[in-house]
Design a protein around this ligand. Structure first.
Ligand code: UDP
Ligand code: MG
Length: 307
């Protein structure tokens, strides 16, 4: 049995040697490791160091991008090039402990298709990152991504069939942890303490984090599109009540009643506008769904079918 380890690397010259050292020390429980480093267009010496490592150690392989495409594409490429019976995705900066891999293999052997690392605790992260990460998973859950495990990253072991599923998808904006959860594979968490970065700075800039956050929401929720419909309907009801109230005070002799009447008319018109935009949103969300071209069913297993 073969295990592919996928390590996305963007400007990781300070850590990559240490990472390799740690990765080869791991007990792979009898599996043969293949370590695939995906160089995501690094602008430092990462690529040449990776080539050195691959020259010294046949277990190391390198896939290199022309330019920086981002973390999710790097992981996707690694999965495509991997040939293992199971695959592990791990960050290059040793924030995900390699020592958790044997435990993941154990769970996989028990029959789980996905064993994902769940962050029980994060060390050395800024308050800002802690709060935004916490809040993000809650918002994502509220908007319809509640099947996506909270507080997990891409550190996980996946079975070959999950890799084949991911390879079969044609979507470009990939939120991998969402896609695998969406497909409904048998999964189980293993908890771990997320360490501090071994060296160097975070490569996930605020811009990249926002991009990832947006991908997660837009590819699994059409609620924002449908929101204007709800807002419009609510505003319409309120506008109508407002109109009744204005008529009442008008009839009772308050001269301001007429002004309120006109204002209520305006708010009802505005509400109508929102409803109309909402309707467009409803259709747009269908088109978006179709354009994504995801398979609309995924078969887990069949019995006695032969072709
Ligand atoms: N990474 C990448 N491409 C990018 C940004 C990051 O391949 O554009 C890699 C990076 O080298 C690391 C992993 O993704 O292996 C996670 O990045 P980082 O540790 O900087 O993120 P953080 O842990 O701060 O969220
Ligand atoms: Mg990190």
């Amino acid at each position: 049995m073969k295990l592919s380890i996928i390590v996305p690397c963007f400007n990781e010259q300070e850590v990559i040697r240490e990472t390799h050292k740690r990765l080869v020390q791991v007990d792979y429980m009898g599996m043969e490791p293949e370590i695939i480093y995906v160089n995501d267009g690094s602008r430092d010496n990462t690529l040449s160091i990776l080539k050195e490592i691959a020259g010294e150690d046949g277990r190391a392989k390198v896939v290199s991008f022309q330019k920086n495409f981002g973390h999710q594409p790097a992981v996707s490429a690694g999965i495509k090039y991997a040939s293992g019976d199971a695959l592990v995705v791990i960050d290059a900066d040793l924030q995900d402990p390699p020592d958790l891999i044997p435990k993941m293999i154990e769970k996989w052997r028990e029959g789980y298709d996905i064993v994902y690392g769940k962050r029980a605790k994060r060390k050395g992260e800024s308050i800002f990152k802690l709060i935004t990460a916490w809040g993000y998973y809650r918002v994502l859950g509220f908007l319809g991504g509640d099947f996506i495990p909270k507080d997990t990253g891409d550190f996980r072991l996946i079975d070959r069939k999950v890799a084949d599923f991911l390879n079969s998808l044609s979507e470009r904006n990939r939120f991998l942890r969402g896609l695998t959860a969406w497909a409904g594979f048998r999964s189980i968490p293993v908890e771990y303490v997320r360490d501090e970065r071994f060296a160097g700075e975070t490569k996930y800039t605020l811009k990249k984090m926002l991009r990832l956050a947006e991908d997660g929401i837009t590819s699994f929720s059409d609620k924002p599109l449908k929101l204007s419909f709800g807002i419009g309907a609510l505003a319409g009801v309120l506008g109508f009540l407002y109109m009744i109230a204005s008529i009442v005070i008008w009839v009772m002799g308050n001269p301001l009643g007429s002004l309120h009447f006109v204002l209520s008319l305006l708010s009802i018109l505005m509400a109508l506008l929102f409803v109309c935009i909402g309707v467009v949103g409803l259709y747009l969300s269908r088109i978006y769904d179709e354009a994504k071209g995801r398979p609309y069913y995924i078969i887990g297993e069949t019995v006695n079918f032969e072709d």
